[in-house]
Design a binder for this molecule. Structure first.
Ligand code: 4NP
Length: 156
């Protein structure tokens, strides 16, 4: 089983959106027996909460379920337990790298780095911008390219 963790700051806007979108893609590719997905936040402010209304609304429009997704804080053991730890922005990467040892840092990546011709490197935080549809488009593209990369790496 390949374990993929998406990380953002609060775990209520971007990373639960990525978790839901990526899980949906995994299912549509018939890979739910091979790839498991989760998400977590750098901060613990929203622990136990469902995704932000903006994330829920856009995913509802796209027909993607958020059922069962609740916020939790990232923990050091995530760097051992997950094969891919995919952050939304450079600030998240900084926090994760400071938690990880040299070896574990290798599995930390940034979502939009998987998109070769991306205009942006970081997924902007819709908690502040309010632009959930822009974030959805970026996350959809990032997840699609991430899945292609994982499929290639693992000959799936
Ligand atoms: P996210 O957005 O990192 O995409 O979940 C945020 C949500 C909450 C907060 C910051 C960012 N906050 O400070 O509570």
């Amino acid at each position: 089983m390949i374990h993929v963790l998406f990380v953002c700051l609060g775990n209520i806007c971007r990373s639960p959106m990525a978790e839901a979108v990526f899980s949906d893609m995994v299912k549509k590719n018939g890979l739910e027996g091979e790839i498991k997905t989760d998400s977590a936040g750098i901060g613990a402010w929203h622990t136990g909460n469902p995704p932000h209304e903006g994330t829920q609304d856009i995913l509802k429009q796209k027909g993607i379920s958020t059922s069962g997704i609740t916020a939790r804080q990232v923990r050091e053991s995530d760097l051992t337990d997950f094969d891919y730890v995919i952050a939304m922005d450079a600030e998240n990467i900084g926090h994760l790298r400071s938690m990880a040892g040299y070896k574990k840092a290798a599995k930390i990546g940034r979502l939009l780095d998987y998109v070769k011709d991306a205009d942006l490197a970081d997924v902007p935080d819709p908690y502040y911008t309010g632009n959930f549809s822009e974030v959805y488009a970026l996350i959809e593209s990032g997840c699609r390219h991430l899945l292609e990369s994982i499929k290639k790496d693992h000959h799936l």
